[in-house]
Design a protein around this ligand. Structure first.
Ligand SMILES: [Fe+2]
Ligand SMILES: [Fe+2]
Length: 250
């Protein structure tokens, strides 16, 4: 066994290779992580800066305007889904009592709303988007709306769902259109569309379809027989538009 001291690194390498080795050793940790994540650049090989420049990421972060749009849209979505769960929570007991055959339908719609609410809660928490400051007011208003329409009767309760889902369905449609425009723009520029954005589009589309399914259930269950139908749905729809407008701002 040889006890000779190891040959210094500088003596074993050419001057250029030694510089590269030292540069690698002193690369900041966050920089090295970026290199490790590049499939074209094994972390065990020297990484001249030019190699990194030749493999740029095509994934572009959202612009400040896009971020602002998304913050407002997701804040509204969360508030709307909170309201939906509270409307059905208030409507279900009196409706199920007077019309037991509606119990499974009310539970089905409530369960879907609870899923929507959970999804937007998670998105807001993940991206640190603040909920609307109107949250407590919407809480009271939605519970009151659900209770009042259920007391008015089955048709009024269904007219409430029809009115709310008409507005919220249109609201989700608008968001899907904007997000798909972003995707098209990115693809046209050869940029990578992140899975997170595509996942959001898929989820909002799915939620939009479920809201429109609720609308169909409401119409099938005599929403249009509510008295006074025009005034009731007109007031609820105007209230929804106002709540959306305010929640986008604050
Ligand atoms: Fe919903
Ligand atoms: Fe709904």
């Amino acid at each position: 066994m040889s006890l000779a001291p190891p040959t210094p690194l500088k003596a074993r390498l050419s001057p250029k290779a030694f510089q590269l080795a030292v540069r690698r050793h002193h690369t900041p940790l966050h920089h090295r992580r970026a290199l490790v994540s590049s499939a074209a650049s094994p972390a065990t090989e020297p990484e001249p800066p030019s190699l990194e420049q030749a493999q740029p990421s095509r994934k572009k972060p959202l612009t400040p305007e896009q971020k602002k749009f998304l913050d407002a849209a997701l804040r509204v979505n969360q508030a709307g889904e909170l309201a939906a769960t509270l409307i059905y929570t208030a409507q279900s007991p009196p409706l199920a009592k007077s019309h037991p055959h509606l119990r499974p339908l009310m539970k089905h719609m409530y369960d879907q709303e609870a899923g929507h609410f959970k999804y937007f809660n998670e998105i807001l928490a993940k991206h640190r988007i603040r909920p609307t400051v109107m949250y407590p007011l919407w809480h009271v208003a939605a519970t009151g709306l659900g209770w009042a329409t259920a007391v008015m009767g089955r048709e009024a309760a269904m007219a409430c769902t029809e009115a709310v889902e008409t507005e919220i369905g249109g609201h989700y449609n608008g968001q899907v259109r904007v997000l798909l425009r972003w995707v098209e723009d990115m693809e046209a520029k050869g940029e990578t569309v992140g899975e997170e954005l595509m996942g959001l589009v898929r989820e909002i589309r799915k939620i939009r379809d479920e809201e429109l399914e609720h609308l169909d259930h409401a119409v099938e269950n005599d929403a249009k027989m509510a008295q006074p139908y025009e005034i009731l749905t007109g007031v609820i729809r105007a209230g929804c538009r106002g709540a959306i407008w305010v929640s986008e701002k604050v």
